[in-house]
Every structure is written in C-alpha cells, then in structure tokens.
Ligand binder design. Structure first.
Ligand code: 5AD
Ligand code: SF4
Length: 433
C-alpha cells in the first residue's frame, strides 16, 4: 500500500505552485498518493502564509485540530512563509509537529520527511535552478515560477524575510516548462513571481540579458500557448515597453494586477513603494487608453501607520478615477521584522474597520454598475473546470469568471459565450454555437 498525503494550501499563487512542487517530489521520489481526508493521511502538510497576523494566530489551533484527527503514526509538517518566519518556535509551541520547511526550501521535502524534528528555513537557499518533478493540479492551466524571493523592501511586508532575496529562474528552464505544459494541453500559462516585471535583474549564474518584456515575447512564440497571464507586477516597473507589449501581444490576457496599496503619495513614500499617486494614475490611464476592455485589479491597504482622513480620501479618489474591476482590500496588520510595525501613529482598529467598510461599500456599488454592461454580450471563454450541476467554469480574456452548462468536451477550449446573468462574483452564460 502506498503512503498518502493531505495538503492544505493557504496564501498566494506562489504557495499553490510550491504545494504542487512538494506533491511532485513526494509522488515521484517516495511513491505517495493523495489521501481523501486528513484522517486517512500518513502525512499532513500545511502550507502557510504570514502576510497578515490573523492566519498566523489561527495556525496553532489548526495544527492542534490536525493532531487530534490524524491517525496513529501520521506525520505533520508545517511549510511555507510562516515556517520561514517562525522556524523552531513552531515545534516549541506545537510539539506534535514533525518538521518545519520554509518557503524557499520546498525541494527538501523528501529529506525532512525522514529527519525527526527537522527545521529547514534558510532564506538564502537557492532553488532557482532546481529541477522539480511534474505535478499540476489543473490539466488546462500551468503555473510556472519565473523568480524566487523579493528584493523590494516595502515597509509593511514580511515577504523579503520569508522568501529571501530575488533570483530569476533561467529563461531556458521557463520556456522548456511552458512548452511541455502547453503541449500536454495546458494552453494557459500563468507566470509567477513576487515582482514579475523585475525579471532578469539577477540570475544565480551567467545568463544572457533578458527582461520581463523579452520573456513574455519568448513565451508567446510557443505555438501551443494560447493565453498568458502573470502575477504580480509592480506599478514602479510598468515602463512603456512593457505596457506596449501587453497591449500588442494577442496571447497576453487583458487583465492587469496593479497593486496600488495607497492613493496618497505621502503614505506611498512611508511604504517605500517607489512611485507616486500621479505615476500610478498615469500608468492606469495609459493602460485604459491602449487596451480597450482591459480589466485592472488592485491591492489596497487601509490604516497604514500615519494614514490621515485626507490620505484615505486620496485612495478613494484613485478608486473613483481608475474604476478597478477587482479590489483586494486589507486593514494594515503590523508584521514582525518590518519597519512599519515600529512606526508611531498606528491607526486605531475601529478607524481601519470604518475605512475598509467604506472602500468596499463604494467598490461594490461600482461593480453593480459595471456588471450590467456585460449582459447580452459575447465573450471568448477558456473553460478549465467542471462544476457541480452540469456546469463548466472558465474565464474571459480579461479574467471574469463565467459558468455555463456543459461537460468535459468544453474543457481546454476557448469558445464564444453569451452572458445571460451577472453577479459581483461571476457570470452565467450560454455557449454560442
Ligand atoms: N498588512 C496588511 N496587508 C498586507 N499586505 C502585505 N503586507 C500586509 C500587511 N502587513 C497585502 C498587500 C499585498 C497583499 C498580497 O497583501 O496589499 O499586495
Ligand atoms: Fe503569503 Fe506573501 Fe508568502 Fe504568498 S509570499 S504565502 S502572500 S506571505
């Protein structure tokens, strides 16, 4: 009988890909198979996120739950960003944890598995050329890492301390992976990095000069690739060449993530983001001008230390002007090892909650206005997933989720769909023959 694993993945798309990498190592090198539940598993992995405080607090009660539910002799491993950040402390606070594996050490999964109480959390470890085995959750969409770590020092962010310095993955490895995935049916390639448009600043060995715009061109030259997405780009590095390639290249999906964080230049400076409100508005306006129908998503933090009512109004002004199609908004959460956690003038929690409610309320109104525009129109949808009730789900080029009646034969295909119903979260459509 093979051994089995159960894995819970929190956090961002990088974590999703890290989980796929760990599954590949476990299945190919150790013969593991997926368990149906944590109770049945021989190995329980929790791939954690530490970007905000709340999930880190919840982690220990969650580990406790798994420890109660697990079968006799099963192991528990804590991986990912909180593993990098807390290291040995995890085993001290939760002695039933068998090993701790940091976000930059996932290739060591089959090693720590056999070393009781192993802690591998070195953030200088270089996995940029490690040849992971093949495992993909989706047959139709392939996540591909293009860099590890992050060189930015945003004053609120813990990631440089959990994923270390930024190293780009050699382009030939990325292209090889993209070719292989696309030929096996994953016609959508999703390029991943903490700061994708900083690609090419540092490789771990000699490498021909190449930036993110060059990489996008090279991936789009692979014949079997139909769609290219990427996350996350940084507004500071959205130069003209990048925006022109984005507009011009028909394989690049027309949805852009532009993490604003704040609309106040004063707060952006304190956040060490490197751009101003004016730069952000200029880049967004240029995108809207050159890419008809583009959708722009963003991340916003409210109640950063020192954020006044006026600063928050500036954020609201940017929201009005850009009309983002999607906003991920968060109340500032002080993180260890980050300069902002030491700043004076932390904003009271109730003020943060009020600002968040106002931002989300206004954005919901804007979404209600936008969604009615989609009704009755026809969009090209790439179907990726079966859903209960005889439905298939996919996305339009500009990243709207659409469900339609249908079955397997629609998966991996791009077909025209007429939108018949819309809500804030997604749309219903019918396939147009
Ligand atoms: N508090 C709140 N939100 C944060 N983010 C990153 N660090 C923090 C923090 N300390 C948000 C940013 C980032 C997203 C992934 O998480 O908006 O873009
Ligand atoms: Fe969370 Fe950031 Fe780590 Fe992703 S990189 S898991 S968002 S802390």
């Amino acid at each position: 009988m093979s051994k089995t694993y159960y894995i819970e993945t929190l956090g961002c798309a990088m974590n999703v890909r890290d989980s796929e990498h760990m599954i590949a190592e476990l299945t190919l090198k150790e013969g593991y198979e997926e368990a149906r539940s944590p109770e049945e598993a021989d190995l329980i992995l929790i791939n954690t996120c530490s970007v905000r405080e709340k999930p880190v607090h919840k982690l220990f009660s969650e580990i406790g739950q798994f420890a109660k539910r697990k079968k006799e002799g099963a192991k528990i491993g804590v991986c990912g960003c909180t593993a990098s950040h807390l290291g040995e402390e995890i085993i001290r606070r939760a002695p039933y944890v068998d090993f701790v594996l940091g976000a930059r050490n996932v290739s060591k999964i089959t090693d720590v598995l056999h070393r009781p109480k192993a802690v591998e959390v070195d953030i200088d470890y270089d996995e940029s050329t490690y040849a992971f085995g093949e495992f993909r959750t989706s047959l139709y969409k392939a996540y591909i890492n293009i860099s590890i770590g992050c060189d930015k020092q945003c004053s609120f962010c813990i990631v440089p301390h959990t994923r270390g310095e930024e190293i780009s993955i050699p382009a030939d490895l990325i292209l090889q992976e993209a070719r292989k995935a696309a030929r096996s049916g994953a016609k959508e390639i999703f390029l991943l990095g903490q700061n994708v448009n900083n690609y090419g600043r540092r490789f771990s060995s000699e490498h021909p000069k190449m930036d993110f715009t060059d990489l996008l061109k090279a991936v789009s030259e692979i014949e079997e690739v139909e769609r290219i997405r990427f996350t996350s780009p940084h507004p500071l590095h959205m130069d003209d060449a990048f925006l022109e390639e984005f507009a011009r290249n028909p394989k690049i999906c027309k949805s852009m993530h532009m993490p604003l964080q704040s609309g106040s230049s004063r707060i952006l400076k304190a956040m060490k983001r490197g751009y101003t409100k004016e730069w952000f508005l200029d880049r967004a306006a240029r995108l809207r001008e050159t890419v008809p129908g583009v959708s722009i998503s963003t991340d916003i933090i409210v109640a950063f230390p020192g954020e006044s009512d006026e600063d928050f109004e500036e954020t609201m002004e940017v929201v009005e002007r850009v009309r983002f199609e999607q906003i991920f908004s968060f109340k500032y959460s002080p993180r260890p090892m980050t300069p902002a956690a030491e700043y004076e003038k932390q904003v009271p929690d109730e003020v943060g909650s009020q600002r968040l409610a106002r931002l989300q309320g206004r954005h919901n109104e804007m979404l209600d206005e936008m969604k009615s525009d989609r009704l009755g129109r026809v969009y090209e949808v790439y179907f990726e997933e079966l859903r209960p009730g005889g439905l298939v789900a996919g996305r339009t080029d500009n990243n709207w989720l659409v469900q339609a009646e249908g079955s397997e034969e629609l998966l991996g295909r791009t077909v025209p769909v007429k939108i018949v119903e819309t809500s804030r979260l997604g749309s219903r459509g019918v396939v147009v023959a």
